[in-house]
Design a protein. Structure first.
Length: 94
């Protein structure tokens, strides 16, 4: 079951991503707050992060606003699985 914060990030990223089916948001809670790990297709990584990190910063700003409303501290980690688009197509694993 996904929570409202997961759904929020997922909705925004899916609207930007070229491959919305590959968007995955995992949520963990620890002593520092809520960690949202965002995984996207390798070819969408640049779209999500944006020039000079502007897309990632905008997502973090929106999460900060959501955290204020929900009395929670959110951290966003954008996961890079290290594979290029050509490696994924050819099935190469590292």
């Amino acid at each position: 079951m996904s929570t409202i914060d997961q759904q929020f990030v997922e909705y925004i990223v899916k609207s930007v991503a070229g491959n919305p089916d590959a968007v995955v948001v995992e949520r963990t809670v620890d002593e520092r707050g809520v960690l949202l790990e965002l995984t996207v297709a390798p070819e969408d990584l640049g779209r999500v992060i944006g020039k000079r990190g502007s897309g990632a910063q905008a997502l973090r700003t929106l999460l900060r606003a959501l955290g204020t409303k929900n009395d929670a501290r959110y951290n966003l980690k954008i996961v890079d699985d290290g594979q290029s688009a050509s490696d994924v197509k050819s099935g190469v694993q590292e």
